[in-house]
Design a protein around this ligand. Sequence first.
Ligand code: NAD
Length: 298
Amino acid sequence: MPEPVRSSEPITSVGFIGLGNMGLPMATRLVKAGYQVDGYDVSPAAGKALTDAGGIYGDDLRGVLMGNTVVILMLPDSDVVDSVVRDEGFDTHSWTTVIDMSSSEPLRTRALAEELAQRKVTLLDAPVSGGVKGAINGKLTIMAGGDPEDIAEVAPILAHLGKVTRAGDVGSGHAVKALNNLLSATHLLVTSEAMLAGERFGLDPRVMLEIFNGSSGRSGSTDNKWPNFVLPGTFDSGFGLRLMLKDMRIAAHLADQVGVPDPLGHAAVELWAEAAEALDAGADHTEIVNWLRKDESR
Ligand code: NAD
């Protein structure tokens, strides 16, 4: 692979593509940290929100990339990432580092990294966990994949967004992120089953959560999702159910590809897919509980 040419100039501006539930607060943090943020999103409303936060919105890709040696992507999935990076407007300098912070598919990330290396562009993957709240507070868990030196070069930027752990070579961040979400979705589903059973038995849900959170059944579902989004009935975590299903499928596919049996993971994918069919396209992932509730009548 050709070696990318490194720039010795300090990085003062960042391109940011994908200004949705996560991208906007992350870009806003970079603005507040003093970077010039050149943002792009297909949604002009998202662009307006960035402008309101002090960033610069360009209505085409080329404008966003001009002059930026670091470009962050926070897009829905690998299909969109590939289409953006392969767009003729994605006309990068040869020394650009592209950081894909979306939850993308690890093997496609590796393939894209090889393709970009031909243009002397470095691709790093740095997906995140911590939700919209973590994005707002700069408390994301960032799972980075790539060469340690390349990660170190962009670490000062990522430090404004959360804590970086190097997962391994390029694609490793995306692999561990998908596996994390398979865990997260599976325990949210079984937690919800347990909560509904307990409620039907006559237990107080808040008391159940207090006991689970001091016991071995504790998880992000019992100490965050149920108390903050399910019990208040807001279902507004900001993470779409379909995006969660996408991540679960990536993880189940990964297990298949490496030849590890994951019968529970596949069963969870099927159940979440049924929920995605039954609920609105824009449903929050915490609405899995509502799908189960409707199903109680079966
Ligand atoms: P989102 O749907 O809110 O935002 C995606 C943004 O990308 C939208 O603003 C959309 O207009 C824009 N977009 C779509 N196609 C585009 C294109 N071709 N060019 C430019 N912009 C385009 O999604 P999100 O919740 O912000 O998630 C982004 C990524 O982060 C996903 O991969 C998701 O799985 C992951 N993630 C989300 C959360 C969460 O809590 N929401 C947490 C961790 C990781």
